[in-house]
Design a binder for this molecule. Structure first.
Ligand code: AMP
Length: 226
C-alpha cells in the first residue's frame, strides 16, 4: 500500500496505540510510519534519549524506568504538551497516555490545538507471549531498531542490520523488571481501554497479527464505508 494510493484520512490520522509492554505498539508504529507516513511519537524513545543525554528530565526519569515503574504524570504531561503542539500532519502516539490522568491531560491539549482523535487501537496479547517477546528483545541504541533473538534475529549476531551498532538489552527487559511492568500495566494503563471505549473509537486488534495484516484492518476502520 504505497502512500500515494492512501486515503487522506489515513495519512493525516491521529492515533493512540494502547497495549501492554511487548504487545507490538512500537513495531506497528514503525510500519505505519514507513507505509502511511505517520509520525511515530514514542514516549519511551523520547525518555531513553533524555536519559542518554543526561538531561534534567532524563536523570529524574532513569530510576523509575529501570525499576519498570511509570515516570510521574507531571513530567510526562509537560514533555508531551510541547511535543504535541509542534506536531503537524498525522501521528501515532505509542506509549502515551499510560494513566487516566495522562489521558485527561491529553484530551485537554488536543482540544486546545484542535486535533481530532481518529482511533484508539488496543493491541491484545496474552501474557506468556508478552514474556517471550520481551525477554528476547534486543534494541539498537543508535537508531532504535528492534530485534528478537529467535523470531527477528539480526543477520550478524548482536549487531544492528540497519546501522551496524552493537545491540543491547533494555535494562527494563530483565525478568524482574518485566514482571513489574506488567503489574503496573494492569493497575494503571489497562483501565484506559474502558476509558476510551466510552469516549472514542476504540479498535480492538489481535496483537499476534503482523503489522501488514493489522494495517488493512485499521485502514478500514479509518477510511472504510466512505
Ligand atoms: P516503553 O518504551 O514505552 O516500554 O517505555 C519504557 C519506560 O518509559 C516505561 O516502563 C516507563 O518507565 C517510561 N514511560 C514511557 N512512557 C510513559 C508514560 N506515558 N508515562 C509514564 N512513564 C512512561
Amino acid at each position: 500500500m504505497g502512500q500515494g494510493h492512501l486515503d487522506q484520512r489515513c495519512v493525516t490520522a491521529h492515533i493512540i496505540l494502547l497495549g501492554a509492554p511487548g504487545s507490538g505498539k512500537g513495531t506497528l508504529a514503525i510500519y505505519l510510519k514507513e507505509y502511511w507516513g505517520l509520525q511515530h511519537i514514542s514516549t519511551g524513545d523520547m525518555l531513553r534519549s533524555e536519559v542518554q543525554e543526561a538531561t534534567a528530565l532524563g536523570l529524574e526519569a532513569q530510576a523509575y524506568m529501570e525499576r519498570g515503574e511509570l515516570v510521574p504524570d507531571s513530567l510526562i504531561i509537560q514533555m508531551m504538551e510541547g511535543r504535541l503542539k509542534a506536531l503537524q500532519g498525522g501521528y501515532i502516539l505509542d506509549g502515551f497516555p499510560r494513566t487516566v490522568a495522562q489521558a485527561e491531560a491529553l484530551g485537554q491539549v488536543l482540544q486546545r490545538i484542535e486535533h481530532h482523535l481518529d482511533a484508539v487501537v488496543n493491541l491484545a496479547v496474552e501474557e506468556t507471549e508478552l514474556l517471550r517477546r520481551l525477554t528476547g528483545r534486543r534494541i539498537c541504541p543508535a537508531c532504535n531498531a528492534v530485534f528478537h533473538v529467535d523470531t527477528m534475529a539480526p543477520k550478524v549476531e548482536g549487531i544492528c542490520d540497519l546501522c551496524g551498532t552493537p545491540l543491547m538489552q533494555r535494562k527494563d527487559d530483565t525478568r524482574d523488571a518485566i514482571t513489574h511492568r506488567l503489574e503496573v500495566y494492569t493497575a494503571q494503563t489497562q483501565p484506559l481501554i474502558e476509558y476510551y471505549a466510552q469516549r472514542d473509537t476504540l479498535v480492538e486488534i489481535d496483537g499476534k497479527l503482523d503489522p501488514d495484516l493489522i494495517a488493512p484492518i485499521l485502514y478500514d476502520e479509518l477510511c472504510g464505508g466512505q
